[in-house]
Design a protein around this ligand. Structure first.
Ligand SMILES: Nc1ncnc2c1ncn2[C@@H]1O[C@H](COP(=O)(O)OP(=O)(O)OP(=O)(O)O)[C@@H](O)[C@H]1O
Length: 248
């Protein structure tokens, strides 16, 4: 089976700082895959590189069988969409929900925009009443629903989720995670998800990779983490730091 995402010995350098040092990863179509590791370990950089937002110094990234070169076509940007932690940051304050959803459709020249907007808003549980609101007129959870609708509107096959619920309080977090899981099943999406919360990763993902200082430390099944079948001290320490939160 062709991997949805295949990353081979990827290196990313900012200035002279090696943010990723030969990271490899395979995510299968329809799989939900987690990335964990302490702050600064390179999780967001890996997502951003896959989305074409970080400079690739060495190695390769292949998405749905297509190797990404320096020039990425519009079809690539449709296939891979990103949802960020902070919906304030990712939604333009002077645009209504309608404009935020129209924008990617206009860029990609879709004529059936109305149908897509209705579907995306329905799917994230926001009625038409929200359509002409600005982001400051929405709650944090509603803003993240809009960000998810915007990611879905081009009908991607892959969502890159960078701490998608960590700016939300606990009850809203659960709602948004359930929504993401429903959307993944319905649309048969592939997820690559970063979270510092191991309970969220074990709940949402089948497999995960542990990262430290720009390198992959350990690849695990979610069950291995729950059962504490880990081999690296670094992973053991991460588990210890989140003790009580990983469901047994
Ligand atoms: N655009 C950039 N320019 C320079 N350095 C960067 C840039 N983006 C990231 N870095 C550095 O790369 C390293 C990895 O950052 P990254 O954001 O990938 O870590 P992370 O594991 O996602 O951390 P966190 O959990 O805090 O979000 C950090 O040391 C960061 O300072």
């Amino acid at each position: 089976m062709t991997a949805a995402i295949a990353v081979d010995r990827l290196g990313v350098i900012f200035d002279r700082f090696h943010a990723l040092k030969g990271v490899s990863l395979d995510v299968q179509p329809g799989e939900s895959f987690g990335l964990v590791g302490e702050s600064g370990s390179g999780k967001s950089t890996l997502l951003r590189a896959i989305a074409g937002l970080a400079p690739v110094a060495s190695g390769s990234i292949t998405v749905n069988g297509k190797k990404l070169g320096a020039r990425r076509d519009k079809a690539f940007y449709r296939e891979v969409q990103m949802v960020f932690q902070d919906p304030y940051g990712s939604l333009h304050p002077r645009q209504t929900v309608d404009r935020l959803l129209q924008e990617p459709l206009a860029i990609h020249g879709f004529a059936d925009g109305e149908k897509r907007i209705q579907r995306a808003l329905d799917e994230v549980g926001l009625g038409n009443g929200f359509r002409f609101r600005y982001s400051h007129q929405l709650s944090g959870g509603q803003r993240q629903r809009v960000a998810i609708a915007r990611a879905l509107i081009l009908e991607p096959s892959i969502l890159l989720l960078d701490e998608p619920t960590s700016a939300l309080d606990a009850s809203v977090q659960a709602e948004v995670l359930n929504l993401l899981e429903e959307v993944r099943r319905r649309r048969k999406l592939t997820f690559l998800m970063v979270s510092h919360d191991l309970a969220i990763i074990t709940h949402m993902c089948e497999r995960l990779m542990v990262m430290q200082s720009g390198e992959a430390v350990e690849n695990l099944n979610a069950d291995d983490l729950v059962e504490r079948r880990v081999t690296k001290d670094y992973t053991r320490n991460l588990l210890r730091a989140s003790d009580g939160f990983v469901r047994a």
